[in-house]
Design a protein around this ligand. Structure first.
Ligand code: NAD
Ligand code: UFG
Length: 338
C-alpha cells in the first residue's frame, strides 16, 4: 500500500518521505512545485536508494488528483500541500484561502470517491494565536490572527465535519511548532525561494554570506532575555511523528488532534548563539522593532504525542543548528545549483 504525500517535494514533506521509506512504506508525491523543486525528490531517492513516484500536480485540479488514485494503490494521505507564509497571506488573503482550502476540498473529494479515508493533515501551532498559557495543550483555545492561520483552522474544522458526517474516516491533525534543521546527510533541507521569513533559514543565509545580518525583531518581550521564544523542533523528529501518526490511523483512531513540539523554548538570541557554535563563525545581528503580529513566547506540551503516538523529540538544539548548517554549506544556493 502506498502513502500519498501532497506537497511532498517541500521542506517537511521531503524529510517525511525519507522517514516513511526507511520505515518500510512506499511513497507517492504530488506537488505543483510552486514552492519547491523536483530536485528534492531526486535527493530523497539518493538518500533512501528507493524510487519515489512523483506527480507534478496541482491539487486543485480534481481530475488530475483522481488520476493519481486510479494509477496508484493509495492507502493513506499525508496532506502537506499549502501556502505557508504569514506575511504573504496578509498581502494576498484570497490566494491563501483559495489555494489551501480548494486543494483540501479537491483532495478529500478524490479520497471519498476512491474510498481512501485515512488522512494526516499538517496543521500548525499558529491556530492557538497568542496563547493564554504556555506550555500549550491541545485543548487550549484556538484564535489564529492571520489569514494563513485561519486557513489551517478552517481546514481542521472542515475535516472535523467530514469525520462527523462519516465516522469511517480516520484523521490525524498534527499541529507543528517551529520546524528547523535538515536531514543529517545535508542532501535535503529548507530552501526558501525568496528572502526567508523564518529565523533559522535567515540565520543560515547570513552564515553563508548571502545576507548581511540577522534582524532580531524586538528585545522588549517579557521573556528571560527579552527576545521572542519558540519551540524549535528538528524536522527529522517531525518526520518521525508522521510515521507514528500513520500507525495511529491504522488503529482506527477516528479524529485525533496532536501537538508536535519538544516542550522547550529557545529565544532568538539563544538560537543565534547556538548557530554560531555550529558554524564556527560570528553571526552579525541588529535589534530592530518587533515584527507586527509576533507573540512573545510559544511552546508545546508534547505529552499527548508521547502518550498516544509513543513519540517524543530526540534531537536537541545543537543538532538542529549543525544539520541546518551542513545543508546550507553543502548547498549554498539551495537546490538551485548543485
Ligand atoms: P513547503 O512550502 O516547503 O511545502 C509545501 C509544498 O506544497 C510545496 O512543495 C508546494 O509546492 C506545495 N503546494 C502548495 N500548494 C499546492 C497545490 N495547490 N497543489 C500541489 N502542491 C502545492 O512548506 P513546509 O514547510 O514543508 O510545510 C508543509 C506544511 O506544513 C504546510 O501545509 C505548512 O502550512 C505546514 N506547516 C509548516 C510550518 C513551518 O514552519 N514550516 C509550521 C507549521 C505548519
Ligand atoms: N525572528 C527574528 N528575525 C527574523 C525572523 C524571525 O527575530 O528574521 C524571530 C521572530 O520574531 C520570532 C522567532 O524569531 O520571535 C521565530 O520566528 P519565525 O518567523 O521563525 O517563526 P514564527 O514562530 O513566527 O512562525 C512559524 C511559522 C508559522 C507557524 C509557526 C508555528 O512561520 O507558519 O511557526 O508553527 F505557524
Amino acid at each position: 500500500m502506498n502513502i500519498l504525500l501532497t506537497g511532498g517535494a517541500g521542506y517537511i514533506g521531503s524529510h517525511t518521505c525519507v522517514s516513511l521509506i526507511e520505515s518500510g512504506h512506499r511513497a507517492v508525491v504530488a506537488d505543483n512545485l510552486s514552492n519547491s523543486s523536483a530536485e528534492a525528490v531526486k535527493r530523497v531517492e539518493r538518500i533512501t536508494g528507493q524510487k519515489v513516484r512523483f506527480y507534478k500536480t496541482d491539487l486543485r485540479d480534481t481530475p488530475a488528483v483522481e488520476e493519481i488514485f486510479k494509477s496508484e494503490s493509495i492507502g493513506c494521505v499525508i496532506h502537506f500541500a499549502g501556502l505557508k507564509s504569514v506575511a504573504e497571506s496578509v498581502e494576498k488573503p484570497l490566494a491563501y484561502y483559495e489555494n489551501n482550502l480548494d486543494a483540501t476540498f479537491s483532495l478529500c473529494e478524490a479520497m471519498r470517491k476512491f474510498s481512501v479515508k485515512n488522512l494526516v493533515f499538517s496543521s500548525s501551532a499558529t491556530v492557538y494565536g497568542n496563547p493564554q498559557n504556555v506550555p500549550i495543550k491541545e485543548d487550549a483555545p484556538v484564535a489564529p490572527f492571520n489569514p494563513y492561520g485561519r486557513t489551517k483552522l478552517m481546514i481542521e474544522q472542515v475535516l472535523e465535519d467530514l469525520h462527523a458526517s462519516d465516522p469511517s474516516w480516520n484523521i490525524v491533525l498534527l499541529r507543528y511548532f517551529n520546524p528547523v534543521g535538515a536531514h543529517p546527510s545535508g542532501l535535503i533541507g529548507e530552501d526558501p525561494a525568496d528572502i526567508p521569513n523564518n529565523l533559522m533559514p535567515y540565520i543560515s543565509r547570513v552564515a553563508i554570506g548571502r545576507l548581511d545580518e540577522v534582524r532580531v525583531f524586538g528585545n522588549d518581550y517579557p521573556t528571560p532575555d527579552a527576545t521572542g521564544v519558540r519551540d524549535y523542533i528538528h524536522v527529522m523528529d517531525l518526520a518521525q511523528g508522521h510515521v507514528r501518526a500513520l500507525e495511529k490511523l491504522s488503529e482506527k483512531c477516528g479524529l485525533f488532534t496532536c501537538n508536535l513540539g519538544t516542550g522547550r523554548g529557545y529565544s532568538v538570541l539563544e538560537m543565534i548563539s547556538a548557530f554560531e557554535k555550529a558554524c564556527g563563525k560570528k553571526i552579525p545581528y541588529r535589534i530592530t522593532e518587533r515584527r507586527p503580529g509576533d507573540i512573545a513566547e510559544c511552546w508545546a506540551d508534547p505529552s499527548l504525542a508521547q502518550k498516544e503516538l509513543g513519540w517524543r523529540a530526540k534531537y536537541g538544539i545543537e543538532d538542529m543548528c549543525a544539520h541546518a548548517w551542513r545543508w546550507q554549506s553543502m548547498n549554498p544556493e539551495g537546490y538551485g545549483k548543485e
